[in-house]
Design a protein around this ligand. Structure first.
Ligand code: TXA
Ligand code: MG
Length: 316
């Protein structure tokens, strides 16, 4: 995978944040400081920008990303908050706490941000620069930790650049992160559940809601992110590497193929295909018993696309 960008280091002043915001509006990637670790940010409503986040990280699979928002009001445009979720948000935001809540129905968040799930991880970071950037940008920023896949999270601009120089458009350098570990993640399904321990201690969360958190038991499923058993699975049977379409099938195309009901990318552009993947799977599901899928090369983002398709095609 060849990504060759000139990564600009931006200051934390007004001009720097306006530049960062403009890059995000144009679908570019900006590493930003948060109080926990640096995030690799892109416009959470722009599928191609989110696809580029996965490309820059070199991840071989799609896992749901945290959507960072300026405040609870912005969060509620994208997620539905139960009483417990509201209490936690009111008490600990801004701060190192991510709440995984049901996705609002008609939000314009990209399906790739939530990896096709009907829940969304939301967080209001406490770092003043993250906060200012979110206000200037005015929309949610999807951001995993700003490290290459398999590497440890970055807590300084130097760490970020060691991994991502030439792979992102810019970094806002605000020095080292205060907390240094990722946010604590709480889900509600519907009981409050600890999905990942992190910067906010479990005890204070339990004290706030007045009960013990369940702990996430992934069951037989592998615990690696992106392999969550809750991942969206279509009802239709998926037949991969289809070079032709049978009578009872519809085709999810890739590249210059004929007869596709939807085509992930007619020009075989991986970023475009990744941006469309979850949306198109949702759209085609229910239209036929079997969805045939054109072959997709296992290079670059193709690895993550094929990983997702393979799991969707696995017998259940
Ligand atoms: O402190 C943090 O949380 C940092 C900073 C940048 O905010 N971000 C971070 O993101 O650690 P990441 O992508 O490295 O880890 C996010 C985790 C992933 O393991 C993902 O599976 C989980 O959050 N996650 C996000 N949305 C989810 C959802 N809807 N359901 C279940 N898990 C979710
Ligand atoms: Mg990470």
């Amino acid at each position: 995978m060849s990504i060759e960008l000139k990564t600009e280091t931006l200051a934390t002043d007004k001009a720097g944040l306006e530049k960062a915001s403009a890059i995000l509006h144009n679908g570019g990637l900006v590493a930003l400081p948060t109080e926990t670790v640096y995030g690799l940010g892109g416009d959470a409503c722009n599928g191609q920008a989110v696809a580029k986040i996965f490309e820059a990280k070199g991840r071989p699979s799609f896992n749901p990303l945290i959507a960072h928002v300026a405040d609870l009001e912005m969060a509620q445009k994208f997620g539905a908050f139960s009483e417990d979720a509201l209490r936690l948000a009111a008490t600990f935001w801004p701060g190192p706490l991510t709440l995984v809540v049901p996705l609002q129905k008609n939000s314009d968040l990209s399906h790739l941000t939530s990896a096709g799930l009907n829940t969304i991880g939301l967080r209001v970071p406490a770092h003043p620069i993250a906060s200012s950037l979110l206000r200037v940008f005015g929309k949610p920023i999807a951001a995993p930790s700003a490290n290459l896949s398999g590497h440890i999270s970055a807590t300084s601009a130097e760490h970020v650049l060691a991994d991502l120089n030439g792979r992102i458009h810019a970094i806002v350098d605000a020095g080292p992160c205060e907390v240094g570990v990722e946010s604590t993640i709480i889900g509600f399904d519907p009981e409050p559940t600890l999905l990942r321990p992190g910067g906010l201690p479990v005890e204070v969360i339990e004290a706030c809601i007045g009960r013990t958190l369940l702990t996430h038991i992934p069951g037989a499923a592998p615990t690696a992110p992106g392999q969550l058993s809750s991942h969206y699975a279509p009802n239709a049977i998926m037949r991969l590497n289809a070079k032709s379409v049978r009578e009872d099938e519809i085709l999810l195309g890739f590249g210059p193929v004929d007869g596709a009901t939807l085509n992930l990318s007619p020009s075989a552009d991986m970023v475009e295909a990744a941006a469309n993947l979850f949306d198109y799977m949702h759209q085609l599901d229910g239209q036929a018993n079997t969805i045939a899928v054109s072959p997709i090369p296992n290079t670059g983002l193709g690895l993550a696309i094929n990983d997702r398709l393979t799991r969707a095609a696995a017998p259940r």
